[in-house]
Every structure is written in C-alpha cells, then in structure tokens.
Design a protein around this ligand. Structure first.
Ligand SMILES: Nc1ncnc2c1ncn2[C@@H]1O[C@H](COP(=O)(O)OP(=O)(O)OP(=O)(O)O)[C@@H](O)[C@H]1O
Length: 460
C-alpha cells in the first residue's frame, strides 16, 4: 500500500465511487468531492499528493474551461500537488492547454484501469521529486547562509589598508577577475571574502580552494570534478569546485604554486567559462567570479618561465596588493586590542589590559607572519596570562631566531623549518622552485610546511 493522499473531483457519483474502489487498494488515503467549489475550502490541500480532476462540471458544457479554472486554483494553493485531468472529450488541444498550465497528465474517460493506475503512479513520483527538490533548495539556502557567515570584520585604520578597502568597494559589484597579492597572513582571504560580501553574488557560495594543497594528479578532479569510473578511485560522480561555486565566487589561494600543466587547464576553463569533468567530454558552463591570491611575485615567475603570462593577464584584471603589517604601524595596536577582546571573551578572562611597555614591544616588532602572527601571539598571551595586565614578558616574540643563536639548542625539526624558510625566501615564495632546490617533491614540501605550521605559529 502506497503512503499517498489522493483526491478525486468529479460531478458524476458513479465515476467517484469506481475510482475510489480502484485506488483504495493501492493508496492509503482516497477522498472524493462531488462539487468542485469545495476545493477552495478543502482542508490541508498541500498534503494531497495527487488530484484527479474532471474537466467539465456543468451539464452540457464541454469546453474544459471549468477544469482549467480549478486546476489553477489547486496550483495556486498547492504548487507541488500533481493534478491529472480527466475528460470524456479528448481534444488534444485541451490536453496541451492543461499540461501547459501545470497539469501532470491527462486521462480519457472511459479509462483503462491498468493505464490509470500507471498514470497515477508516475504523477506520485513527480510529486515526490518536486518535494525533494524543494527540500534540497531549502537545505542549499541554509548551507549557503552557514558557509557565508564567516564574516570576521576587517580591522585597521591605516591609509594603506583603507586604500585597499576603497578599491574593494569600487570593484566588488563588477564581475572582474581580481588578483590579491601580499605576504602570508596579511589578510588576503579576508579581502576576498569582503569582495564577495559586497558583490551581487553575496547570497551564493564563496568557495575557497588552497591550490598549494592539491597535487598535480588530483588537480582536474578537484577543480572540474569527475564521472564515476573515470579512474580507479572514482567510485562516484564528483562535483568539482568550479561547479560548486557556480553563480558565486571561486577563491583560488596560493595560485603561484600551480604547475605549468595545471595552469594550462585552469586557463582553458577561465577562457571558455566552462569545465569538462574527468572522464567526460561534455563541457559544462559555469558562471563564477574568480579571485586569486598569492604571496609569490607572479611577474618574476613569468620572466623565469614558471607562470604563464596569458594566465596572469586573465586573472589580474584588477590587482590588489595587501600591505604587510610592518607598513601599517597604525594598525598594530588597534588589531592587538581587537584580538585581546576577542580572546579575553573566548577564554573567559575579562578586564585584561596591555600596558604601555607591552605596546611599545608590539609596535617595535616587525611581524614577519603579519596579522596571523599577531593574532596567535595575543591568543597565547591571553591563555597564559595570570594577572589583569599583559606585560612584555607575556609576549615571547621571535623565540625561533633566539634559539637559532645557539646551535646547541636547535632541534632537527627547527633546522628543517629554517631550511624550508630560507629556500622559500630564496625562491620568492615559489613552492615548486623551493622544493627542487631542497631535493623533495612539491607535495612533500607542502606536507612539511603544514606539519611545521602550528609549531611555527606557536613559537612566534
Ligand atoms: N585587517 C584584519 N582585521 C582582522 N583580522 C584580520 C585582518 N587581516 C587578517 N586578519 C586575520 O588574520 C588571519 C590571517 O588572514 P588571512 O587568512 O586572510 O591571510 P592570508 O593573507 O590569506 O594568509 P595566507 O597567505 O597564509 O593564506 C585570519 O585569521 C584573519 O581573520
């Protein structure tokens, strides 16, 4: 027995009882209405899965207009209910008219029982699909709200930052591709999110992809998706990041770490505004706003043949350079105060203050890890604080270079970290070149950096 509610509306009582008898063997609830005027007051019409609706109710009238009128009334009150029209006058144009106005199907009287049951069954499937689509759409809406709710404020009053934010406001509502450059931890991702938040795409998703963490052989599958069976591990169809970001913003972080092969594939997707999934040959159109970020000098990489010039032209219609924290001194104490309040609240330590000597120490430090380093430094100081005032000694800045003065105190891990930093510095932040110099693969280098990251953050 199928768990569905059916309503039959016909002015012929013998039609009503015949259909009631036939359908109640298959469906849990079958109700009948002799007078269509009762449709308007029918309780919980939205819960009715299928309506079987006669087209002509007044004696001698067979235009079908009454049926079309009631079809519209039902659709107004319950758009997902499937309506099957019934008529003894099988004019094809009338059937087409009803289908155009939202009917699911059409049955001619006298009907064939088997055919009628098959029609009702597919109308029920249609109703279920419509409900699923609605549920998925609602779910998608909620997910988008959750994904987009990471709206950390951008703190800072320095002219350098305000100039960047002015440009962000100017370009946010255009669809131009934006390249954001700047050192690690300067707030590139935050700026990208702000561009999305101020754009007409703000109610759609912001998808963030860390290109440095994607190995070359997974690049296409991650970005463009794949079809089931296209390679050994492709157990299911997969939607890539481009498709997932459709109508929204796609943020490609660490774009300077892409191999030349991956760059060519990315260029083709951007140029064609479409992607082809691995294992398919059908292009799928995508409508995305592209924002890329890097701490590498892409112009230099173009000169040394490590980055495609045509790709650079595509991604940097507008170039935003986020200044390092040491060039926006005015922001250091404002940011410190912001993070102090944030972590005092998080760790339940109200009333914490920074004294003037501490302020001086923070102002004089060059912050090589920029705002991320300042943030972690404040978090650690708040956690370790014992009194109400955070003193200079609560901020163990630059301990890593301190320990490197004493070779006896360095661990193998610290030396490895230093080597990696040096190789990255030497190669202008280019992971591929640094990996080659260190004699490891780009993936291994990336894994090592990832492994060191928490330690590096804590040590600062
Ligand atoms: N102006 C700012 N105001 C408040 N918080 C900021 C600001 N800039 C950066 N942050 C915070 O600092 C941290 C690092 O910022 P973000 O991840 O945007 O930097 P990034 O330049 O993208 O770093 P990476 O190059 O390592 O990817 C984040 O927690 C971010 O919220």
């Amino acid at each position: 027995m199928t768990d569905a509610k059916i309503l039959v509306v016909d002015d012929n009582k013998s039609v009503l009882s015949a259909l009631e008898i036939l359908l109640q063997f298959e469906y849990k609830s079958v109700q009948t209405l002799f007078n269509p005027n009762q449709i308007s007051s029918f309780p919980n019409l939205k819960e009715v899965d299928i309506v079987l609706l006669d087209m002509n109710f007044s004696a001698g009238v067979n235009t079908g207009n009454e049926g079309l009128y009631w079809l519209n009334e039902i659709k107004k009150r319950s758009p997902d209910t499937s309506v099957i029209m019934m008529t003894a006058y099988g004019a094809v144009d009338l059937a087409v008219k009803a289908l155009k106005q939202g009917a699911s199907d059409f049955i001619l009287k006298p009907w064939n029982n088997e055919k009628l049951l098959a029609t009702v069954k597919s109308a029920h499937q249609l109703r279920k699909s419509r409900q699923e689509i609605h549920q998925l759409k609602n779910k998608e809406k909620e997910l988008k709200q959750v994904i987009n709710q990471d709206n950390s404020p951008i703190i800072g009053e320095s002219t350098a930052l305000q100039e960047v934010l002015n440009l962000v406001r100017k370009i946010a509502r255009t669809d131009v591709n934006v390249l954001i450059t700047g050192e690690n931890g300067t707030g590139k991702e935050l700026i990208a999110r702000e561009l999305h938040r101020l754009s007409d795409r703000k109610n759609e998703v912001f998808i963030n992809v860390d290109m440095g963490s994607i190995s070359d052989n997974l690049f296409e599958s991650e970005l463009f998706g794949h079809v089931k069976g296209s390679f050994t591990d492709a157990k299911e169809d997969r939607t890539g990041k481009f498709e997932a970001a459709n109508l929204g913003t796609l943020f490609l972080d660490e774009i300077g770490n892409l191999s030349l092969q991956a760059q060519a594939k990315l260029l083709s997707a951007i140029q064609n505004k479409s992607i082809v999934k691995v294992g398919s040959n059908k292009p799928v159109e995508v409508d995305i706003r592209l924002i890329c970020a890097t701490n590498c000098n892409l112009d230099q990489m173009v000169d040394s043949g490590l980055f495609r010039e045509d790709l650079l032209y595509r991604i940097n219609t507008i170039h935003l350079e986020v200044p390092p924290l040491r060039n926006r001194n005015g922001d250091i104490l404002i940011l410190a105060d912001f993070f102090l309040k944030k972590y005092s609240a998080k760790y339940n330590k109200p009333g914490l203050r920074i004294n003037s000597m501490t302020q001086e120490k923070l102002m004089n430090y060059p912050w090589p890890g920029n705002i991320r380093e300042l943030q972690h430094t404040l978090e650690r100081a708040v956690i370790l604080s014992e009194g109400d005032v955070l003193r200079p000694t609560d901020f163990l800045l630059n301990t890593r270079s301190g320990s490197s003065n004493d070779p006896g105190m360095r661990t193998l891990e610290e030396m490895e970290y230093e080597m990696i930093q040096k190789a990255l510095e030497f190669n202008d932040g280019n992971y591929s070149a640094a990996a080659e110099q260190l004699g490891v693969s780009r993936q291994t280098l990336y894994n090592k950096i990832k492994k060191h990251k928490p330690a590096a953050d804590n040590g600062k």
